[in-house]
Design a protein around this ligand. Sequence first.
Ligand code: SAM
Length: 264
Amino acid sequence: MTSHFSRVAFTYDRTRYHPPEVSGRIATALTAPVEKLFRDPLFLEIGAGTGRIAVPIIARGYRYIALDNNPAMLEVLRQKVAGVARKARLVEADARELPFERASLHAVIAVHCWHLIEGWQQALQESLRVLRPGGFLFEGWDRSNGESEDWRIQQKWQEILAGLGYRLVRGRHQARLEEVERELVRYGLEPRSRIVADWVELRSPRTSLEMLLERIYSFTWAVPEEVFRPSVLELARWVEATYPDPDVEYPIHWQFVVRSSRVA
Ligand code: SAM
């Protein structure tokens, strides 16, 4: 997994772009409840990646530890926070073995990472270990309603792959979120989800195609090269035949969900 993130570090932000006002709303949703209860709170984000969630919070002056096990992702983040990172620390470490004291942090944030961490149960235990009593575990994710042209292109690719005898596995992220929720309940926590932002992204069929071609999404990574290559060529032909102008943009309706759990 690490090597894939090294490859996509410089293009990652294209897959999960947040308009500035959305970043702001997410930052508020993650900081306001903590600030209400703790003075000068210390945040930790595990799997912080290129800092889509971290940067807006760091820019507001919070004490923030952005942790990731991939140096290339962290390097992109380092460049973004140069100059505003007064109270930020970037830590290269494994989320399953957090280099922090028990009960030393006020909030732990995990966005789009549980499904990518082998042994996520240990990372979850570690996140809970480092939280102070009353501290918050925040999980966050983007979701779209599956009614976009982007989705249609991804579905078409899945169909083409099936025609080539390859079954694409999707939905790992959602399945993992459900597993994590069950685990949180097992720990006696009461996770609560809410939508904290919604927005519309405009994306052209050409961009949707390129994002698959560049294997930016983790669901593309397992497809063997000998299947991947003919499948995307066929998809490119389909896109050309289906969209008279592949640069015309279509809407994707997004929401950002935050699930919060407070430790006793
Ligand atoms: N949270 C960021 C966001 O939403 O933009 C990045 C999400 S990215 C899909 C997942 C990140 O988790 C990657 O940067 C990857 O390197 C990191 N990651 C995967 N396994 C990890 C582990 N065991 N420990 C720390 N980070 C890990």
